[in-house]
Design a protein around this ligand. Structure first.
Ligand code: SOE
Length: 364
């Protein structure tokens, strides 16, 4: 084992702290934190247990003490900071969306490939052990020919007009909010499990709450519904909402095929539902041996619940393993960030034009 990797975290909100814990779980060191002001960074460094506070994001990126840059800022800064970090030769973990436009996401991915740096985008729902179990079962052929994939991703933290967040403002969050923030997670995990690609879609979007607190007219959507076709011949549908009272972080999907249906609920991740004509089984996490799976995916024995932070830890562990030259299966990287940007663009275009839209295929 070499020296521990040293991370620099830009942005010290809720998700920045999740990254800091994951860095430590991966055996790394939180070397520096940057935030909106040097004072905020100094306070965050204490709170997050970082070795130093950087005066600015630029200083952190240029620091010789930082190997991996974690971008945890509001969305409009993602691409510009990723560009700088890649140019400085750093490995980069960038929160989603990788960029608020497809063109920027393409440019950032192209530069990362040119410079040969390791990248990651935290589509962390891939790291639930039962998501890997579902993927293995689909790959093994248990589900048979896949016919339909359906589900939803529902939250309620923006369901009152008193709720406000920078994501609501398109200049900070990007032109899509509910779909760009959480709909892309659903698409990523369902494509990951099924192996299918969303090829065409028809979407509608709605801003349920037109003004929030003193904020002027809200332009970003609270709701999206999407129906789609995959390039492998299945069909599907998805409901996305950040205004569904009582739904906290309910990502749920079902993939139904000729032999079985298989369903996963992010809020009940210890079990996987597997149905057939003969009956249904609730499969506990961790009972199927998966010899090739990384130990990061199985942090604790069955019956000791795996949670969101565990998934994040496993994701960062995979990025750090890749930086150290290990081959990693299923790591969500900048190509997946570009894929999400393209699907988001297609959703907005379809909703605006009132027609079906193709999603560009390339996601290699
Ligand atoms: C807020 O909607 C949020 O924190 C997202 O940004 C995350 O990606 C999602 O995992 C949980 O909800």
């Amino acid at each position: 084992m070499g020296d521990p990797l040293r991370s620099g975290i830009i942005g010290a909100g809720f998700i920045g702290s999740v990254h800091a814990q994951a860095v430590r779980a991966a055996g790394g060191v939180v070397a520096a934190v940057a935030d909106v002001t040097p004072e905020a960074a100094a306070a965050a460094a204490v709170r997050m247990g970082a070795l130093a506070a950087a005066a600015s994001a630029d200083e952190l990126i240029e620091s010789a003490d930082v190997d991996v840059v974690h971008i945890c800022t509001p969305n409009h800064l993602h691409a510009v900071l990723a560009f700088k970090a890649i140019s400085a030769g750093k490995a980069v973990i960038c929160e989603k969306p990788l960029a608020t436009t497809v063109a920027d996401a393409e440019d950032v991915l192209a530069l990362a490939r040119q410079k040969g740096v390791v990248t990651g985008v935290p589509f962390v729902y891939r790291y639930y052990q039962n998501v890997r179990e579902a993927r293995m079962r689909v790959q093994r052929g248990d589900v048979g020919q896949l016919w339909v994939m359906h589900g939803s991703y529902l939250q309620d933290w923006l369901s009152s007009s008193a709720d406000i967040n920078w994501r609501v403002d398109a200049t900070l969050g990007g032109s899509s909010r509910a779909f760009g923030d959480i709909g892309v997670h659903w698409c990523d995990v369902v494509e990951f499990v099924s192996g299918h690609r969303i090829a065409r879609l028809s979407a509608q979007i709605k801003t349920a709450i037109a003004s929030r607190q003193a904020s002027t007219q809200v332009t970003t959507e609270d709701l999206a519904t999407v129906q789609f076709q995959t390039s492998e011949g299945a069909i599907g549908s998805l409901v996305v909402s950040q205004v569904s009272p009582g739904r906290k972080n309910r990502l749920w999907f079902s993939i139904d095929g000729a032999e079985q249906s298989i369903a996963f609920d992010q809020e009940q991740p210890e079990t996987l539902w597997v149905g057939s004509r003969a009956g249904a089984t609730v499969v506990p996490r961790g009972i199927t041996p998966m010899p090739s799976a990384s130990p990061l995916l199985t942090p604790l024995p069955p019956g000791h619940p795996q949670g969101y932070q565990d998934c994040f830890n496993a994701f960062v562990g995979d990025v750090y393993a890749a930086v150290q030259g290990e081959a990693v299966d299923g790591l969500p990287a900048f190509a997946d960030g570009l894929r999400a940007a393209r699907i988001t663009r297609a959703v907005l275009d379809s909703a605006e034009q009132g027609q079906w839209v193709d999603v560009p295929e390339d996601w290699s």
